[in-house]
Ligand binder design. Sequence first.
Ligand code: PLP
Length: 354
Amino acid sequence: MKKHNFSAGPCILPQDVLLKASQAVLDFNDSGLSLIEISHRSKPFVDVMEKARSLALELLGLEGKGYKALFLQGGASTQFLMVALNLLEKRAGYLNTGTWADKSIKEAKIYDDVYEVGSSKEANYNYIPKGYEIPSDYDYFHCTSNNTIFGTQMKSFPKCDIPMVCDMSSDIFSRVIDFSKFDLIYAGAQKNMGPAGTTLVVIKEDILGKVSRKIPSMMDYKVHVSKGSMFNTPPVFPVYVSMLTLDWLKNLGGISAIEKENEKKARLMYSEIDLNPLFKGYAAKDDRSMMNATFTLENENLKDTFETMLKEAGINGLNGHRSVGGYRASMYNALPLDSVKALVEVMSELESKA
Ligand SMILES: *Cc1c(COP(=O)(O)O)cnc(C)c1O
């Protein structure tokens, strides 16, 4: 039986996508060949790559606006470094909202100067800093739209006169945003899009080519753009599965349709966290993430009972990250509302037992 999968990443994908993907591994489009044993330069795979790239831009509403979509390797973590290598000449401003933001700052500092425009590190990142200024003479501003580990999410984005870069790994394609505010967006596939192994980078072409340093080919966005995301062998399977997920989302009605589902799930989850006296939310209420709900069980003596009940209900992947503790319910696009209902039922049953 399929479990309720609240895993933070890699995480749940639509069942229909998994079926199509497994079929393609055996026999891709009735070709008598597996998707993963054909040349990446062959027409069938080039078509997959082109469809994945165009679906990404289409869903984000960025078609015909000077953006290119790339499917790169090395995870979002490699983007921490590529962003700095390609865009950082003198100084950049970073918003420090969590472990991933902190890591992106550390990588950028290898190359040049980084200024933290705001940080919630002192509060173990349980809120999103506000009211910060972004100096207009910096090379770019970098932020993280959703903080997967702490369960906070930026509800709005600052006015910014310089290129705005955003790590959207854990909430891309989950809510309506004016994506054209951003000059570079990146997202590891394994949270809302596909298997680990590829990272979507959406980039406004005119911000490239402005730094004086030499950039190694594999690290150079311009190289990947000019080669249509095929400079070297792309991760064919993750790109294919991402394409299937993006197609699934398009058929559902796109981001605005999935956003409504995500809102329903989050509302149900947080109302249980707030109303059930046994649990306490971790993130500041105004900054709560629609994707990752972090909470603790106040009475440690109930831990074993709660976890046994979760297991019996087929609920998987609820453990919080070690830097927060407690629990984290990740409610990515593919998680059905019924899974949240199942979790909320266990939580209220625990209350009636206590
Ligand atoms: C998971 C995650 C990352 C790291 O992604 P990798 O692909 O493992 O490098 C970076 N940023 C955010 C916001 C994440 O959720």
